[in-house]
Design a binder for this molecule. Structure first.
Ligand code: PRP
Ligand code: MN
Ligand code: MG
Length: 178
């Protein structure tokens, strides 16, 4: 295990099972339709690619880049679009793919921004949900795990851009970020 990790919160095996469950729900619930998965860079990348591989209905992928946290560990509450979609999403079935919902600020902003383009449907698939940190309410249709307010890294989640490559979700040692 990485030396900066206090303990593993969600193992690689558990993540894999959960991703398959979510992919099966999506494949079932959108049967006969095509979905566009929109990953929010960069945290969603691992979840996005694993999820997409397990979806059995036609699907496309696109990405958006937004900035809210910068290099710090606290949300600034401001969302800026750094990269917009390549696709037109009008009348399409859209699933926003995220690694984690924290304050809810990023997704609330994106829902409003994308809804203005009149998709046929717009839902959220998120691996981790830090409920206790919520500043604005967000309803995600697919949630992997509700997690407590630990400093989490791995499987796409970073601290100052590091640890995204860990195959599990782990709790970062306090001495690393204090
Ligand atoms: C993190 C995370 C979510 C967002 C959640 O991204 O990946 O996108 O913050 O926070 P919120 O619910 O408080 O808005 P971050 O801004 O750290 O960028 P990254 O994905 O590139 O790490
Ligand atoms: Mn992110
Ligand atoms: Mg981050």
């Amino acid at each position: 295990m990485n030396n900066d990790i206090e303990r593993v919160l969600i193992s690689e095996e558990d993540i894999e099972k959960k991703v398959i469950e979510i992919a099966e729900s999506i494949s079932e619930e959108y049967k006969g339709k095509e979905v566009i998965l929109i990953g929010i860079l960069k945290g969603s990348v691992m979840f996005m690619s694993d999820l997409m591989k397990k979806i059995t209905i036609p699907c496309k992928m696109d990405f958006m880049a937004v900035s809210s946290y910068g290099e710090g560990s606290e949300s600034s509450g401001v969302v800026r679009i750094l990269k917009d979609l390549d696709f037109e999403i009008r009348d399409k079935h859209i699933i926003l793919v995220e690694d984690i919902i924290d304050s809810g600020v990023t997704l609330t902003y994106l829902l409003k921004y994308l809804n203005a383009r009149k998709p046929a449907s717009l839902e959220i698939a998120c691996l981790l949900n830090k409920k206790d940190r919520r500043k604005v309410e967000v309803n995600a249709k697919y949630i992997g795990y509700d997690v407590a307010d630990y400093f989490l890294v791995g499987y796409g989640l970073d601290f100052a851009e590091k640890y995204r490559n860990l195959p599990y979700v782990g709790i970062l040692k306090e001495e690393v970020y204090k």
